[in-house]
Design a protein around this ligand. Sequence first.
Ligand code: GRG
Length: 287
Amino acid sequence: MAMKAIRVNEALNDAVPLRKPEMIHEAMRYSLLAGGKRVRPILCLAACELVGGEDTVAVPMACAVEMIHTMSLIHDDLPCMDNDDIRRGKPTNHKVFGEETAVLAGDALLSLAFEHLAVKTVNVSSNRVVRAIAELGSAVGSEGLVAGQIVDISSEGKRVNLSELEYIHVHKTAKLLEAAVVGGAIVGGGGGNEVERMRRYARCIGLLFQVVDDILDVTKSSEELGKTAGKDLATDKATYPKLMGLDKAKKFAGELVDKAMEELSYFDVARAAPLYHLANYIAYRQN
Ligand code: GRG
């Protein structure tokens, strides 16, 4: 994972050189190279290898996914959205560059993601590149991330039930993880069944990612505060532990890991090992 993250960081650095107009490229680089776990690009490279591809062919896809993830964070932090001051341990993009530049840096990263995937993917048939582009487009648009965000925003202050919460998480978080994994498998040369198994794996770990996030919110803040109830229980924000209780949320997380592993059991054990570990990493991560 660490080696893959380094390769992705190098490729992202090369993909957005500091050129004119410097202000916009500086703002793009500021958020893109600000750290982050790089879970999505690592998954993309691992999915490519699982189906027998060289992971180099999936590097542009992995970078494209991370560019979109980063732009969604920049826009999510804006005053008109979540109004956050800190992201990845640093002041948010709009705090450093101003709102206008932050909006444009996000727009530019979104556009560059598709250009980069189309132009930089080599040794892959154009049909597969087009399929990967379509996966990414559908994950991002009005039935993907944007759908999750609009439903999240419009449910603010309202009581959210479990199926609404799942809709928000599937769209805000799982869709892009799915595009990363499925895109990696497509450019890696995966067959139809392999790609669809990878899609089911990704849907499980995408939702798992968010359930674990919600659990960490409770357990970490309980530890920090030395209290039994964490911060999310004290706010209006709907979370899995709040809607189903902490124990059931943990059980649900366990079921999602099991389902994800079941999809992997179809593949060669050695090749599937990184994706087993990534599912475990997502399930047992501490941040
Ligand atoms: C995509 C066109 C377009 C617009 C953006 C603002 C918005 C629409 C969507 C918000 C999406 C959002 C912020 C989802 C949360 C996703 C999430 C789980 C973020 C945290 O991911 P980590 O933990 O973060 O992988 P790092 O920093 O490690 O990369």
